[in-house]
Design a protein around this ligand. Structure first.
Ligand code: HEM
Length: 216
């Protein structure tokens, strides 16, 4: 069959555009002005970005979002199992978020890690005509137990997962979610996530009144 040798070459030409895997790139949220190193899955509209201080401590600022009404999730440790997961989805104009953790494949229950806290940043949390986004200070979220990236990491892998279908009980942060329709892992260069403005942005989060801890 004469055509066969050309098929791999053809595929290599087609695949990068057809199944472009997300890669991290600088992104500034247009409303809050917070600068992230962020990755986007263009097929679904999923995105996640992280902002860090000049030296990593226990906290980071993140933005997670998507298009439509489905859920977006991130694994702070790369894979799905035994890692600290964050899941969020829009509920009208507000965003419902939770920390999850599971040892087996299935809808992850709420995490029982006692320290992690979301402090939403109001001017970076909104739903508009094109997307929804949830921006928050993740306080005491960088853990030393292997469930998240480590403070000393320079370019760790984050896991991402998305499903365009909203959870059935979308007002409940503990709601079951349906399996992702797309997922993967991305390396995020922390040098491109660091900012001298981190303390200023953190102040916005702590000044807000929306502190929430959705753990079991
Ligand atoms: C009913 C809910 C869920 C089921 C049944 C499920 C199942 C699975 C399975 C079977 C895999 C292995 C790859 C595959 O076969 O597709 C996987 C990978 C993964 N899942 Fe889930 N999952 C669920 C929810 C979630 C949620 C809420 C998150 C939130 C972050 C998540 C994050 C991931 C990540 C990051 C990977 C790994 C991607 C990779 O290694 O490339 N999953 N999941």
């Amino acid at each position: 069959m004469k055509l066969a040798p050309f098929i791999p070459a053809l595929l290599s030409l087609l695949l990068p555009t057809t199944f472009a895997a997300p890669t991290a790139a600088p992104y500034t949220d247009p409303k809050s002005g917070i600068k992230f190193n962020a990755f986007t899955d263009t097929a679904t509209g999923y995105f996640f970005g992280i902002a860090l201080p000049p030296t990593t401590g226990k906290d980071f600022i993140a933005t997670i979002g998507g298009k439509g009404t489905g859920w977006s999730g991130v694994s702070l440790g790369g894979g799905m199992l035994n890692k600290l997961l964050i899941v969020a989805w829009p509920n009208g104009q507000s965003i419902v978020s939770s920390f999850r953790k599971t040892a087996s494949y299935g809808s992850p229950p709420l995490s029982t890690t006692p320290t992690t806290i979301f402090h939403p940043i109001a001017n970076g949390t909104y739903t508009n005509a094109t997307h929804w986004t949830y921006t928050f200070l993740c306080s005491s979220c960088i853990l030393a137990d292997g469930t998240t990236f480590a403070a000393s990491d320079t370019a760790p892998g984050f896991g991402w997962a998305v499903n365009p279908a909203a959870p059935d009980l979308k007002t409940n942060p503990a709601a079951q979610v349906k399996k992702h329709t797309a997922q993967g892992q991305v390396k995020v260069d922390f040098a491109a996530a660091r900012s001298e403005s981190f303390e200023l942005w953190k102040g916005w989060a702590l000044a807000g009144n929306g502190t929430r801890r959705w753990v079991a």
